[in-house]
Design a protein around this ligand. Sequence first.
Ligand code: DOR
Ligand code: ZN
Length: 358
Amino acid sequence: MTSLAPSPAANLTASLTLRRPDDWHLHLRDGAMLAAVLPETARHFARAIIMPNLVPPVATGAEAAAYRDRILAALPEGMAFEPLMTLYLTETTDPADVRAAAASGLVKAVKLYPAGATTNSHGGVRDLDKVRAVLETMAEIALPLCVHGEVTTPEVDIFDREAVFIDTVLDPLRRATPGLRVVMEHVTTTQGVAYARAGGPDLAATITTHHLILNRNHLLVGGIRPHYYCLPVAKREEHRLALRAAATSGEGRFFLGTDSAPHPDRLKEHPCGCAGCFTATNTLSLLAHVFEEEGALDRLEAFASLNGPAFYRLPANEDRIVLERRAAPVTFPAKIAAGDEWVTVFDPGFPVHWAVAG
Ligand code: DOR
Ligand code: ZN
């Protein structure tokens, strides 16, 4: 149960208790970057769906098992965290390997990247006919397909790529594979929200923290902001408002997937900057801010802690976190160190008063 209680302590104006949240879309990378960013997520989240777009990608059950071991080895002493592994779908993915990796409990989803859609997606799928047998196996065993929903056709404008994907790829794919459970990852448009709503119990959508905060003006007006560049790219204000309405609706089909995606500042502040917002550090504070603005703090637990496990058919977490609203704005580190590199923490551009207690 969510409780919103006035707090007697001088600096606290309210507090909110939630079941511990999970992140249903997270990039942890590997090596020094993994070691740097993993604690930022594990501090607040119990579990996360771990994206497989490493170089080379995490494409087989054996590779997922090895990556899981590297994640657990990087977890600081005393922290608890359960990585929920995914496989990167390629045109040579073996249905038997997917079946075995799911049956063992290791793998919780398969990720579809249209080739060329985003970071390290060149090994993704070009011809969906080549993955038909895998999709049919997944429908049979109820293993969700997480979809990066953007076409990569050069003629399609980048702001239209999600809407075109829904009509030309996702809808035909779902009709061709009855029973396939699909998560539309990081929806960014009114069309994405509407399609998710119309889809029935086998369809869900994740929403990122940054897409609840940014529209395309934030990215481009008054100077280009490389740390606001992500994929799918932030859209017009009307789309951001539709995402806010969906996230705060309490509807079970919408849940949090931060898509927290660290890149070294050197590669973000670059003539050809990488896509990704690093939000793991302050996501829960920002979400509390957004839900408060929308008058929906009582629905934050559904979005962050309940709807995701229900879709993935996993139990909700039993322990709780407390969010505190402080009179003075909360500060976060501007950057975190990752080996010899720096990673900029997402700056929403407004004061935030919510902090995770403890
Ligand atoms: O902004 C993004 N960054 N979007 C993605 O789809 C991938 C991610 C990354 O891996 O950097
Ligand atoms: Zn992602």
